[in-house]
Write a protein that binds this ligand. Structure first.
Ligand SMILES: [Zn+2]
Length: 295
């Protein structure tokens, strides 16, 4: 299988979760082996999507050089990039954050459909996970273990009447992603929004781009898109965060109460020991359904 990029450039406009201002962005084809590259048009600054460039994971995944030269909330866009098997893409943005759209990755998926996907003249690589790697924090964990395909299993346990314990397993491929994951929205608690607003953050957050919960219930009048939308969104985030490995992986990602911070630590831990993985041409990997994952 060959590397993939976009067949043509597509442009979009959205608002930023934190500043609430309009953001213009474009998704553009890129050369074979160039990877996923962000470009801040307002700063003339390129930022490669890789774990070494992650500078903050507190509320979102932020990549860049420092707080002023960075792009926040890249995980939802990267999640869609990963699901489409896109190896090489240039993402131009005129702001310090990626647009939140509807809080899911569905809008980005539609843009990739509009652009079309093109094969390139270079072999597609895959990271084959050779042994289990895990990161823990108290009772929370994220881990990855060998598997002939790509799987994500996530569980959460929130002490809230509308969430509680949720567990979801996702066999990762484009069709499953579009059906199960892409429409799952980000979520937050009203009291946290009020606190963030008081610090001039989350100015763009609204019921149009997040599921919001008060002490007892979901306050969006339309309710949820899936009964377990919360844990599905955690998988959407994990797919985006793990895409910073630079290629798809053959392995099983499992998490309990995982976070951007733990996902980032996991990517660094995987890359830290070359015995953890083998990078192979996908066409040479046998016994995997990965070959057809992006059809
Ligand atoms: Zn998210």
């Amino acid at each position: 299988m060959k590397q993939l990029t976009l067949a043509k450039k597509v442009e979009g406009v959205g608002i930023g979760l934190h500043k609430g201002e309009p953001i213009h962005f474009s998704l553009e084809p890129a050369d074979p082996n160039s990877g996923i590259i962000f470009y801040r048009t307002d700063l003339d600054l390129y930022i490669e999507a890789k774990p070494q460039n992650v500078i903050d994971t507190t509320m979102a995944t932020v990549i860049g050089k420092d707080v002023h030269q960075s792009i926040s909330t890249v995980e939802h866009l990267l999640s869609a990039v990963s699901a489409y098997g896109i190896d090489n893409i240039l993402i131009k943005i005129d702001a310090h954050e990626a647009p939140i759209m509807d809080g899911s990755s569905a809008s980005f998926c539609m843009m990739f459909n509009e652009a079309g996907i093109a094969e390139q003249d270079a072999n597609k690589k895959v990271m084959v996970i050779n042994k289990e790697v895990s990161v823990t924090q108290g009772d929370k964990y994220v881990k990855i273990s060998p598997d002939p395909d790509t799987h994500f299993t996530f569980s959460i346990d929130f002490n809230h009447p509308s969430i509680g314990f949720e567990k979801f397993h996702h066999h990762f491929n484009k069709a499953n992603y579009l059906a199960q994951i892409s429409r799952a929205r980000t979520f937050g608690f009203l009291k946290d929004f009020q606190m963030l607003r008081s610090r001039n953050l989350a100015l763009g957050a609204s019921l149009d781009n997040a599921v919001v919960l008060d002490e007892k219930k979901i306050i969006n009048s339309d309710g949820l898109r899936f009964g377990n939308e919360f844990v599905r969104h955690k998988i959407l985030d994990a797919i985006g965060d793990l895409s910073l490995l630079g290629m798809g992986f053959m392995g099983h990602y499992e998490a309990f109460a995982g976070s951007h911070a733990l996902n980032h630590k996991l990517t660094l831990a995987i890359l830290n020991d070359p015995q953890n993985y083998t990078i192979a041409d996908l066409q040479n990997v046998k016994d995997s359904t990965f070959q057809g994952a992006f059809a």
